[in-house]
Design a protein around this ligand. Structure first.
Ligand code: ATP
Ligand code: MG
Length: 557
């Protein structure tokens, strides 16, 4: 008898995190999914964070769970409320909403109590060694560390010293609190890790309440545990920290959160280290965190990348356990997909040549009703004025044109988009031989609505000189000239690879309706690319940022 295969389900494609979560739910290890996104408020979010946000919020959404936003603010000297505010704005813009807004600093009291508990259980001690002595004493992978001379202080002494640290009796660096684990442990992380350091610094939330601050390893897992995070998802470099994460949770006998690691996002022609991005801002290599060349979320937003395109990109790159260098062209492809469907169209001439229609009635203006988006022919329109003196793009005219050149050439015909077919009768040049004007005639019988249909091979965009609005274009290109910025030799400075042509400013001439556009997203300059109005625009000078070119040979696999 033949087997009936119709009930056999196609194996569903889950990423490794979804597999873990589905197994945990199926086995009843967790009742519901709780994730968190834990940025340190020491810079603006970048495209790498977008991946982490999409994973953390996306998994919770998929499995009916929740996501907390937790600011990892244990380093008062680098952190600022400016960053907190921008991070919240960026997450919302990306389209996600958190269940709770928490701060690691909310838990400083609890973390302190746990530290006293560890001291009382003989699991922590105050060390007077200098930072250098401590790191020297750690040993190396194949050499065990040596125990600190202060390691065997009594519980009472440790408790007193730790309380004195908290009370501000000591200067920065004078003492630290360390866990008492094993100085010969094969995992270096376990060689008496630091729990607290002294830092007399004002904290953006707790002010001057504390002068001791907990270390990352002592903080992160406990914060996850307090919030009952079920799946604490972070990037691969934290896998060596995981055993210590588990150790603190076990030692303190608290809710067992678990950590899982995925590969960071790296993108060609850019870099995503907050430290380096901060340097570009501080040394004025870019105009700010939101410079449209920056890989920050506020940068790409100002550049005109829609949030939906970023989410599409994160979906496409998936979640992997191996480091990946993604092609920035895939992101640009997603941007085009999204904008192609939604953007309003306008005509803009970037490098003009004058076209005079010798048979046009002087002074006459004809207004054409043109679709804002050709994908919706019944949709909204804009009114475009047509006159006897027009501008076309220099690239759309060629004097000695090859056979296959279907745009304008001497004695040739072309359709001016949405309007008439014109013919070029005469080419006027200046003393240097540059083309300055084309004398043409239009064919009134080719009116797109009332005329007869006649086809020509080429259609070009244009604007009426009298109505043209000059605008400033900021044409952006790659920020760096090197595709893999992580592989530049250690003796070279990454700033040597900044692309000197990453910003080229020019003037262009737009049809008047462009200035009235209220769509709030990037628009398409017909036949050239996507552009978005910039916040630097004034009544006198309207500025557009180039989002991306219209076409590219790139196709996603
Ligand atoms: P940087 O090294 O640029 O300072 P970070 O990892 O220290 O970045 P955090 O603010 O601590 O920045 O990051 C918040 C979360 O975003 C962390 O869980 C981190 O793992 C994740 N993340 C940071 N960079 C990337 C990236 N390039 N790809 C994916 N996730 C990232
Ligand atoms: Mg970090």
């Amino acid at each position: 008898m033949e087997e009936n295969n119709s009930n056999i389900q196609e194996p569903r494609k889950l990423n490794f995190l979804e597999e873990i979560i589905e197994a945990d739910l199926a086995e009843g290890k967790v009742d519901s999914v709780m994730t968190r996104f834990p940025p340190e408020p020491n810079g603006y979010l970048h495209l790498g964070h977008a991946k982490s946000i999409c994973i953390n919020f996306g998994l919770a959404q998929k499995y009916g769970g929740k996501t907390n936003l937790r600011f990892d603010d244990t380093n008062p000297t680098k952190e600022d409320t400016e960053y907190v505010d921008s991070i919240k704005e960026d997450i919302k813009w990306l389209g996600f909403d958190w269940e709770n807004e928490f701060y690691a600093s909310d838990y400083f009291d609890q973390l302190y109590d746990w530290a006293e508990q560890m001291i009382k259980e003989g699991l922590a001690y105050v060390d007077d060694q200098t930072q250098e002595e401590i790191s020297k004493g750690r040993g190396s992978v194949d050499k065990p560390g040596v125990e600190s001379p202060y390691r065997n202080r009594s519980v009472e002494e440790n408790l007193q010293l730790f309380r004195d640290m908290k009370a501000g009796k000591y200067a920065d660096g004078e003492k630290v609190l360390r866990a008492k684990i094993d100085m010969a442990h094969p995992n270096m992380m376990f060689r008496d890790p630091l729990l607290y350091r002294i830092k007399h610094a004002n904290h953006h939330r707790t002010g001057d309440k504390w002068c001791i601050y907990p270390m990352y390893d002592y903080t992160h897992g406990q914060c996850d545990s307090i919030e009952h995070i079920t799946h604490s998802i972070c990037t691969l470099e934290f896998d060596v920290h995981r055993p210590l994460y588990d150790w603190f949770i076990k030692t303190l006998r608290i809710y067992p959160s678990h950590q899982y690691e995925f590969a960071r996002l790296n993108l060609t022609y850019t870099l995503m280290s907050k430290r380096k991005l901060l340097e570009l801002v501080q040394k004025n290599y870019v105009s700010g965190w939101d410079d449209p060349r920056m890989p920050t979320l506020c940068g790409v937003r100002r550049r005109g990348y829609p949030a939906a395109a970023l989410r599409m990109f994160c979906e496409k790159i998936g979640v992997s356990k191996r480091d990946q260098l993604m092609d920035i062209q895939l992101l640009e492809w997603c941007v085009r997909q999204e904008l192609n469907a939604k953007s309003n169209r306008y005509m803009v001439v970037q490098d003009p040549i004058k076209v005079t229609l010798t048979n046009w009635e002087p002074g006459k203006v004809e207004w054409f009703d043109c679709p804002l988006n050709p994908a919706e022919p019944e949709g909204a329109t804009r009114k475009v004025p047509f006159t006897g003196e027009l501008l076309i793009d220099r690239a759309d005219f060629m004097e000695d044109a090859p056979k296959k050149f279907f745009r304008l050439k001497p004695d040739g015909e072309v359709r001016l988009k949405y309007t008439y077919i014109i013919k070029c009768n005469e080419v006027i040049k200046d003393a240097e031989g540059n083309v300055v004007e084309l004398k043409c005639t239009y064919d009134p019988s080719t009116h797109p609505v009332t005329g007869e249909w006649r086809s020509v091979k080429g259609t070009i965009h244009w604007v009426s000189t009298e109505h043209a609005k000059p605008i400033e274009l900021r044409n952006y290109d790659r920020l760096f000239t090197e595709a893999d910025m992580n592989s530049i030799p250690a003796d070279r400075d990454y700033k040597e690879f900044l692309n000197p042509e990453s910003l080229v400013v020019s003037t262009a001439y737009a049809e008047p309706a462009l200035i009235e556009d209220k769509s709030g997203i990037a628009v398409q300059f017909e036949r050239t690319g996507y552009y978005i109005i910039d916040k630097d625009s004034t009544a006198e000078k309207v500025v557009f940022n180039k989002t991306t070119s219209l076409k590219d040979s790139y196709r996603p696999e």
